[in-house]
Design a protein. Structure first.
Length: 390
């Protein structure tokens, strides 16, 4: 049997990294039957896929993203993609969100820490990373009236559809119901913002005009779902994974405490070491070849970002978490035309989270009585990160 026929979804969900290591060594371009995708696992090949939309389009058919969200920024290519991106991008510019860390993120983080600082222990996922991401996202989007629990449920149910490569009808039914609920909730907000603009991302999506064109209501809804999934999942997981990474390496935590300037490097290294988003899904526009493997037109390809970030051909001792690593940029936020728009905001949130926690909770450390279990291959995250402090 081929490697690709033996790999199971359960195996990938539990821990994909041993599988990726085997694929990089033996079958760097491999069709994995259980997910219906060609997995591309080496650094150079992943870059090749992500940076060549003419050969590898994000506008796949079928598309888990378009099927669940409606046609959107991630599930489109060419002129349509460029138009959507150009209208959404201005809100994410440094000048537009440069004050967010001090004026929005840090106060929310401090308020959350106020709620558990006296306990001496907490779960950094449920008590901190998830509510921080949800509250920042609510404020950024202009959905303050939506309950945090509802926003997190939307994320979880929409993500079911986004990662439903197997085409499971039950998973899709859950995602479609959440998608319809978001559409119904957002419509009156968009109507109000069209008359009363404010400084939120949703308002910017309503009013920004490029070359005489604005987003339609359908485009606003579809891309808002992208923001919900990316803003909650990627940010929550980046905060949780990066904190777990540094806390599970006490000697490197001491380095960061001694040299606070290492915080940014420590976070970027965590994103490389355990990438929150696993793949970029593309489809071949014609017959082509990667690493000597022939692909027919219409082949569905997953450029495995998480595997590229541990490719021995690009990184020294890639299995090691090293806050002093200085080997260039990782691919946790993808690359090419689909480089993540929200990466800057996610980094701002994670840096603010680290700063507040390390300042407010002396002796912060993992609680050895509670093991950290990490799962997922498309969206990878810890179930909990239980910690104590002095």
């Amino acid at each position: 049997m081929s490697i690709g026929s033996e790999i199971t979804v359960e195996q990938l969900e539990a821990d994909p990294y041993p599988t990726y290591e085997q694929l990089r060594a033996e079958a760097p371009v491999c069709f994995v039957e259980s997910v219906g995708l060609w997995l591309v696992t080496r650094w150079d090949d992943v870059q090749h896929v992500d940076k060549n939309p003419a050969l590898f389009t994000g506008e796949t058919e079928p598309s888990t993203l378009n099927r669940t969200f409606g046609k959107n920024l991630l599930g489109s290519e060419g002129a349509y993609h460029a138009r959507i991106r150009s209208i959404i991008y201005p809100w994410f510019r440094v000048g537009a969100i440069g004050e967010y860390p001090d004026k929005v993120i840090s106060p929310i983080a401090s308020e959350l820490v106020d709620g558990f600082a006296g306990r001496g222990e907490c779960d950094l996922v449920a008590d901190f990373a998830e509510p921080l991401s949800a509250r920042v996202l609510k404020q950024a989007l202009g959905l303050d009236f939506v309950e945090e629990s509802t926003l997190r449920r939307w994320f979880a149910e929409l993500a079911e559809g986004a990662a439903n490569f197997e085409g499971d009808p039950e998973r899709q039914k859950i995602a479609d119901a959440a998608s319809a609920e978001v559409n119904e909730t957002v419509a009156p907000v968009v109507d109000r913002l069209s008359r009363e603009p404010n400084d939120t991302l949703l308002s910017s999506m309503v009013h920004t005009e490029v070359d005489g064109e604005k987003l339609t209501l359908e485009e606003i809804r579809a891309n808002l779902k992208v923001m919900i999934v990316g803003g909650l999942q990627a940010t929550t997981d980046l905060i949780s994974l990066s904190l777990w990474a540094i806390l599970s390496h006490p000697e490197q935590l001491e380095l960061v405490r001694t040299e606070p300037s290492l915080v940014n490097q420590a976070i970027e290294e965590a994103a490389r070491w355990h990438s929150p988003v696993g793949t970029s899904t593309r489809q071949t526009t014609g017959a082509t070849e990667i690493a000597g493997v022939a692909l027919e037109q219409g082949s569905l390809v997953a450029a495995v970002l998480a595997s590229a970030n541990r490719d021995e051909r690009n990184w020294t001792d890639p299995e090691r978490y090293d806050v002093r690593r200085n080997e260039g940029s990782h691919l946790a936020f993808a690359t090419g035309p689909h480089l993540c728009l929200g990466a800057r905001l996610a980094r701002y949130e994670t840096r603010a989270a680290w700063r507040v926690l390390l300042e407010r909770l002396p002796g912060l450390r993992l609680d050895d009585d509670h093991a950290v279990e990490i799962s997922g291959w498309e969206f990878r995250s810890p179930n909990q990160v239980r910690v104590k402090w002095s």
